[in-house]
Design a protein around this ligand. Structure first.
Ligand code: BJW
Ligand code: ZN
Length: 261
């Protein structure tokens, strides 16, 4: 057996025996769908890094620039489809023993049919009032590509609208954090396609490990988590998750419906 086959068998066996499996995903899960990741060579938009644009200060300084970045990303994501990694996670999520927590704002997990998804960093398809006026403080969905005006306006007060995502320095949703922390009480914690540098998401694996979970990572390249998890598998999530799924002995894709006669 190769090292990869060994690692897959070990993780599959742990998942098979687990009463609770928690999966934490990041941008790498959507990479095969064509959604750019944040970090690395392909993570740059013009000359900016996520840390330059995904902040309240950047929005206050230049809302149009920040919205141009989001409009560009919304356009790209709208053209993308879930890939086999999303499909496997979606099917696994049909089991009560599986919890899925994502940092992704692209909603590809939602489109793949993932149940009970915790979206730690919000959704790029939702907006809220930048001034948090009474009616605009709750997020609303707006998936128009391109937005009718840039920057978009709050329909309630006419002020600026902002993306319904969590920027650096902002607190995550309390209910989302609570659900994610609860999910660290699991037997197997699988982290997939994340550079594991953004907190508090990156801390979840540590919490799971401290609570006694078996921890595994699937990522294209080594991360700070690689040296800490019990098994680190290097490779594309769109290949590794289906291979893991095969070892669990279930059909990889939903059975195609017969054509109506
Ligand atoms: C593949 C692949 C394939 C490629 N298959 N793999 C503790 C320590 C240090 C700092 C902090 C700390 N606690 C808090 C902080 C500060 C900060 C932080 O973490 N900073 C670090 C960068 C140093 N955190 C925050 O500010 C958070 N807020 C907070 O803590 O608030 C506290 C508070 C409390 C009370 C009052 C006020 C405040 C908020 C963090 C929000 C992050 N937001 C973003 C933007 C979201 C909106 C948007 O999309 O525009 O979230 S930043 C960006 O990074 C985005 C992502 O969700 C997040 C993580 O990125 P991810 O998913 O890991 O992507 P990449 O690109 O980094 O990695 C992809 C990986 O995939 C790579 O490794 C590839 O190799 C791999 N890959 N192809 C498998 N096919
Ligand atoms: Zn408003």
């Amino acid at each position: 057996m190769t090292i990869l086959a060994d690692a897959l068998s070990i993780v599959a066996e742990r998942i098979r025996r687990a009463s609770r499996l928690t999966i934490l995903t990041g941008a790498g899960v959507s990479a095969a769908s064509g959604v750019p990741t944040f970090r690395g060579a392909h993570g740059l938009w013009r000359q900016f890094r996520a840390e330059d644009l995904a902040t309240p200060a950047a929005f206050a300084r230049d809302p149009r620039l920040v919205w141009e970045w989001y409009a560009w990303r919304r356009e790209q994501i709208a053209a993308c489809q879930p890939n086999p990694a999303h499909d496997v996670i979606a099917r696994w999520s049909g089991s009560d023993k599986v919890a899925v927590v994502t940092q992704n704002v692209d909603d590809l997990h939602v489109r793949a049919g993932t149940r009970g998804l915790v979206r730690l960093h919000g959704s790029i398809w939702e907006l809220l009032c930048a001034d948090r006026c009474a009616s605009g403080a709750a997020r609303w969905r707006d998936d128009r590509v391109p937005p009718p005006e840039l920057p978009p306006r709050c329909p309630h007060c006419g002020g600026l609208a902002r993306p319904g995502v969590v920027w650096f320095g902002e607190p995550l949703g309390a209910h989302d954090v609570e659900a994610a922390v609860q999910a660290t009480a699991c037997d197997v914690f699988l982290t997939v396609g994340t550079s594991a540098v953004v907190y508090p998401a990156a801390g979840l694996m540590h919490q799971a490990k401290a609570s006694g979970a078996f921890t595994a990572e699937i990522n294209q390249e080594p991360t700070p988590a690689s040296a800490i998890v019990d098994v680190a598998i290097q490779g594309g999530a769109e290949h590794i998750l289906p291979a893991l799924d095969d070892r669990l002995g279930q059909p990889r894709v939903p059975t195609p419906k017969p054509y109506p006669s």
